[in-house]
Design a protein around this ligand. Structure first.
Ligand SMILES: NC(=O)C1=CN([C@@H]2O[C@H](COP(=O)(O)OP(=O)(O)OC[C@H]3O[C@@H](n4cnc5c(N)ncnc54)[C@H](O)[C@@H]3O)[C@@H](O)[C@H]2O)[C@@H](O)CC1
Ligand SMILES: Nc1ncnc2c1ncn2[C@@H]1O[C@H](COP(=O)(O)OP(=O)(O)O)[C@@H](O)[C@H]1O
Ligand SMILES: [K+]
Length: 509
């Protein structure tokens, strides 16, 4: 697990370290700058060892700029040719003035930006214009500099961002007017949430987190409200999955009911059910339209099948299957007709099982304005993509995209459920804790990918993993399976079936 921080949390971590624990601001700054200069020195040694290289630090007048000035001093100390371009227009923070004074005393070349600097003369450009203090769109001279740096980047200069690429919103990854496109970002303490989300992720390049000497995590957990509540997973977290035991049987690993597939969309049931089996769950039953029975049995002999018919009472059949299951997923390829609506309402009414609501179950909830609530014994996990979320809450897709975390949190709180808001960087939240996913790739933008995630989530919850953790793990494993499928098949050629099959490799221990 890796903790992430938005700008507010990071500023609170700064303040707690400085004000409460009396670590001087410049001590933190020295550690932070050292992280950048050591990283840069490593790059220079690896990439341009036989060449006389030129570097430039582009500095704003906040503490990000002050970091940049300290980096310039440290590079100079290491015999690296470095100069400073002053981007800032104000007198600057106390730390900025202090660092600028030292740089001037050392005689490091320091010029005001005058519109005529060709940054492509430099092999390495350190972007220290704005960090987590960026508070409005970049305009005027700052925008010109960002564009000039990007032009140089296109011509081959290597751009290293200090803390976060200037112009990227540290919370949501949006571009504030214009942004520097970095090849690398050296970020302090914790990866900023804005580095996780697109387009911030693209503008950050490859990201290195360095320790800047903030107070330790066990202290931050107690002192900084909200610290540790936003996180991502790494491969180590696969160990959170259920460990199989030699003395087990199929009953040990839970029974999963997948309600999917109308007359015309039987394939959704195959994708969800095969992912559920690949998750490791013991038994998977598909409840589907009767027209799908024979093709499903041929395709998936390991599945149990229950069917429903149009215009026939369903209640008794549903009751039996609900009682059988440990977790229930409903929605993939279900269509939006009266039977599907009856199924959706019935699933919502069960109170003692984990339920996953996806696709048409969500569209029915939106269309019929069905209210629902999860509870401690029978949590509900909803897995909308942006369009489905837009139908549910009546906001535009672009507004939701700008505020994925806030939007998912509000929804989760209102419905006391777990919200998996699917996008290129999927967010999972129970209203308080927020998981931001980093696995997956654009090869997964293919029909049926979401059905695979639904099956995987149903499988993990049936195995007894806590609903929130199961949802986070399912999103992580789903993306990892997508990455494996992309390696094997290529992003263009891979299909949702390839993702479902790759789950086996993704969870292999
Ligand atoms: N001691 C500390 O507090 C530490 C701070 N650190 C660095 O400090 C940074 C944060 O520093 P600051 O809070 O000073 O903020 P920044 O340096 O990110 O920028 C804030 C300054 O830019 C101005 N500004 C914001 N948006 C603007 C815009 N669009 N156009 C023009 N001016 C704009 C603000 O008014 C403010 O003066 C971090 O990202 C990190 O690099 C690190 O050195 C670690 C320790
Ligand atoms: N560019 C991408 N990067 C990472 N993951 C992606 C990308 N595009 C799609 N995905 C993932 O693929 C899944 C698509 O789900 P969804 O839109 O519901 O598909 P469908 O309705 O076809 O099943 C989501 O889990 C989403 O996070
Ligand atoms: K920066």
């Amino acid at each position: 697990m890796e903790y992430l921080a938005d700008s507010h949390t990071m500023k609170t971590v700064d303040n707690c370290s400085i004000q409460e624990f009396k670590i001087p601001s410049v001590v933190l700054m020295e550690r932070a700058a050292l992280g950048v200069s050591v990283f840069l020195k490593g790059l220079i040694t690896r990439e341009k060892s036989n060449k006389c290289i030129k570097t430039v630090c582009v500095c704003g007048s906040g503490n990000n700029g002050a970091d940049g000035l300290a980096v310039a001093r440290q590079l100079n100390e290491n015999g690296i040719n470095v100069s400073v371009v002053i981007a800032g227009t104000s007198e600057g923070t106390e730390e900025y003035r202090l660092q600028k004074n030292i740089v001037s005393n050392l005689g490091i070349e320091c010029v005001e930006y005058n519109g005529n600097i060709d940054f492509s003369e430099y092999d390495y450009i350190v972007d220290a214009m704005f960090g987590i203090g960026l508070s409005r769109n970049i305009e005027g001279r700052y925008a010109q500099i960002a564009e000039a740096v990007n032009e140089a980047g296109e011509k081959g200069s290597v751009v290293v961002a200090v803390d976060i690429a200037s112009g990227i919103n540290a919370d949501n990854g949006q571009i504030m007017g214009v942004a520097v496109k970095a090849d690398y970002t050296v970020t302090f303490g914790y990866k900023k949430t804005g580095i996780m989300f697109y387009p911030g992720a693209t503008y950050s390049g490859s990201v290195e987190v360095v320790n800047a000497g903030f107070v330790p995590e066990n202290v931050l957990h107690n002192k900084v409200d909200g610290f540790g509540r936003t996180f991502t997973y790494t491969d180590d977290d696969i160990d959170r999955l259920v460990v199989r035991t030699s003395d087990s049987n199929k009953g040990t690993y839970g029974r999963t009911l997948i309600i999917a597939g109308s007359k015309d969309m039987g394939g959704a049931a195959v994708l969800s059910a095969s992912a559920a089996y690949r998750s490791g769950t013991g038994l998977v039953k598909i409840l589907t339209h009767e027209a799908n029975k024979t093709p499903l049995l041929v395709r998936m002999p390991e599945c149990l099948i229950a069917t429903y018919q149009d215009n026939k009472p369903l209640a008794a059949e549903l009751k039996k299957d609900f009682a059988w299951a440990k977790s229930i997923a409903a929605g993939p390829g279900l269509s939006m007709n009266e039977v599907a609506a009856e199924i959706t309402r019935s699933v919502i009414e069960i109170n003692d099982k984990v339920r996953i609501l996806d696709a048409d179950a969500l569209n029915i909830i939106a269309a019929e304005k069905i209210d629902f609530r999860g509870n401690a014994e029978g949590n509900i996990i909803v897995t909308p993509h942006l369009m489905e979320m837009s139908r549910l809450i009546g906001k535009s897709v672009s507004d939701i995209k700008k505020n994925l975390v806030q939007c998912a949190k509000e929804f989760a709180k209102e419905h006391q459920c777990i919200c998996v808001l699917k996008d290129a960087r999927t967010v999972v939240t129970d209203g308080t804790n927020v998981y931001i996913n980093s696995t997956g790739n654009d090869g997964m933008s293919t029909g049926g990918s979401g059905d695979v995630l639904t099956g995987l989530t149903a499988g993990f919850t049936a195995m007894g993993i806590d609903a929130f953790e199961a949802a986070c793990l399912a999103v992580y494993v789903h993306g990892k399976a997508g990455d494996i499928a992309a390696l094997n098949r290529g992003k263009a050629g891979m299909t949702a079936s390839d993702i479902a099959n790759a789950v086996a490799d993704a969870i292999k221990r």
